[in-house]
Design a binder for this molecule. Structure first.
Ligand code: G6Q
Length: 543
């Protein structure tokens, strides 16, 4: 199927005209016109319920957005991903995070080879290892049981594991301590280890490439710390270090026994890898059975994404709504606001997933886009955010579409807390949609001069996502929902959501400057005058 440039697709043109009609309409009006709106504009899948009625859309908008998805070849692109086509064209790779959660009997071919058996073989190895560590059968070098696990990794090899650990803490083995070291700022490592006994500590070095500067620097410091604490016998490394990587050679050169290496594949992107062996820390924390539940949740959402018609497809609807605001309303950002303290790292995780995927300026064929691509994702858990940046969402001059996330049941109920929490999320989306008119403000007895300050325009769009309770399975569904939401957006914009040349640049840049900072004699500097002067100043200041 030939895909026209985005702005030439008939649905895009129709949406441009349609937007002019919708832009002036208020949600108050849309709700008043259709008393069933709050029930109609909803969809559910795999136990997740989405209310998208408080969006600035009509049935016509959704019809046109779905048409846009069709004209963008979304269906074929979904199939291409699920069947292992090399849709990451700039790196010539398949994009198969969906294979990481495919059931045992499934068949997904990459270059003619079924990858599912390998996925399950690694999962089984991880489970065996996790059981040994959790039960105390795996002993450290001095014979002590492992009580502390530190994941060393960065970006995709850190954000997923941290988020999942925090999200699933309720299910974690509480007599063990889990920490995550990512930053090359030495403080990250120092603080993570300062109160730990090396004899009881296991490091997981998580790095797809096993060359990432930050991770290798931290792993080196971890080895020094361990050996210093255990009397310097290099044999100790084998009992206190395992690796998650695709690079066996480098793992072995570091001194980690490749028998203690858990592999994955080049068709797993870093930001899509929390359900691969990169999730080893998650499995150690919550146990193999819970990890399998997590994978099952992912898989349920995968099936929904692949098979549900677009107008009932949660990730597709959410992706299309993002495109709607990003490209037609010129919204710059999307806020993700979980009303669930365990999801406190979810927005940070999503920042990478969304922005590293869709922060692209050219289409698949290298043409510069003439429309906006990936919005900025950000957020904090509620209700905390309400006492800070919500002011701007309610009364600022920017349009900020928000995803509100809540669960019907608290994992550890405490008095009235949960009802109060949920009352807040409902009140916020209500206020954002309907606002408060000058007449309403006046009727409250507000002095005339204060009326403008206390008016809420409303018409601020929100999605509300509701699920039963935060379980490993639900977390899997939620993450897959956003993965496929990002996929949908990328398909509409016709960009490669799976490469990250901007991040690669960062990996190369600092390498040239490190020796200039470290050299004993003044280096010959060939940068611009600002960088040269800053390097000289830093060398002088640190002396
Ligand atoms: C993810 C990115 C990036 C990557 C890190 C770590 O999609 O490519 O965040 O995960 O740079 O890379 P390594 O796992 O190779 O250390």
């Amino acid at each position: 199927m030939k895909i026209l440039p985005l702005t030439q697709r008939p649905a895009w043109k129709a949406l441009t005209v349609h937007h002019k009609k919708i832009a002036g309409k208020h949600l108050r009006e849309l709700f008043a016109k259709d008393p069933k709106r709050g029930e109609k504009f909803t969809a559910s899948a795999a136990g997740l319920f989405l209310d998208y009625s408080k969006n600035r859309v009509t049935a016509e908008t959704i019809k046109l957005l779905v048409k846009l998805a069709e004209e963008s070849g979304l269906k074929a692109r979904i199939e291409a991903m699920f069947t292992g086509e090399k849709i990451n064209i700039t790196e010539n790779r398949a994009v198969l995070h969906v294979a990481l959660r495919a059931p045992k009997g499934a068949k997904i071919l990459v270059d003619g080879k079924n990858v599912v058996p390998e996925v399950h073989a690694v999962l089984d190895e991880m489970a065996k290892f996790a059981d040994r560590v959790r039960s105390g059968a795996w002993k450290g070098h001095t014979g002590k049981r492992i009580k502390n696990v530190i994941n060393i990794g960065i970006g995709g090899s850190d954000l997923g594991p941290v988020m999942a650990y925090e999200a699933l803490k309720h299910y974690s083995q509480r007599d063990m301590t889990f920490r995550f070291v990512s930053n090359v700022d030495g403080i990250d490592f120092v603080e993570a280890t300062q109160d730990l006994n090396p004899a009881e500590t296991l490091f997981i070095v998580s790095s797809k490439t096993f060359t990432t500067l930050e991770t290798m620097t931290n792993a080196g410091s971890a080895r020094d710390w361990l050996l210093a604490g255990l009397g310097g016998n290099k044999k100790a490394v084998a009992k206190h270090f395992v690796a998650v990587s695709t690079n066996a050679e480098k793992v072995s050169a570091f001194g980690i026994d490749t028998a203690n290496m858990f592999g994955f594949w080049d068709w797993v992107g870093g930001r899509y890898s929390m359900d691969s062996a990169i999730g080893l820390s998650t499995m150690l924390a919550v146990g193999p059975e819970n990890f399998r539940q997590l994978l099952d949740g992912f898989h349920q959402m995968d099936k929904h994404f692949r098979t549900a018609p677009f107008e009932k497809n949660l990730p597709v609807l959410m992706g299309l709504l993002s495109v709607w605001y990003n490209d037609f309303f010129d919204a710059q950002t999307v806020a993700v606001l979980p009303y669930e303290q365990y999801l406190k790292r979810f927005p940070a995780y999503l920042q990478q997933l969304t922005m590293e995927s869709n922060g692209k300026h050219v289409t698949l064929d290298g043409t510069k886009v003439n429309y906006n691509t990936g919005p900025i994702y950000w957020g904090e858990p509620g209700t905390n955010g309400q006492h800070s940046f919500y002011q701007l969402i309610h009364q600022g001059t920017r349009l900020i579409p928000c995803d509100f996330i809540a669960f019907a049941k608290a994992l550890t109920p405490l008095g009235r807390h949960h009802d109060i929490l949920i009352a807040n999320i409902l009140a916020q989306t209500e206020a954002l949609a309907f606002g408060k008119t000058p007449a309403q403000v006046k009727a409250e007895g507000t002095p005339a001069r204060l009326v403008p300050h206390r008016v809420f325009e409303g018409n601020r769009p929100t999605n509300t996502l509701l699920a039963d309770k935060l379980t490993p399975e639900t977390l899997g569904k939620l993450v897959a929902l956003y993965e496929h939401n990002v996929f949908t957006q990328g398909a509409i914009w016709h960009i490669d959501s799976f490469d990250q040349w901007g991040v690669e640049l960062g990996k190369a840049l600092a390498q040239a400057i490190i020796p200039e900072l470290e050299s004993k004699t003044p280096p010959k500097l060939k940068h611009d005058s600002s960088t040269n002067a800053l390097i000289k100043r830093y060398r002088k200041m640190k002396a």
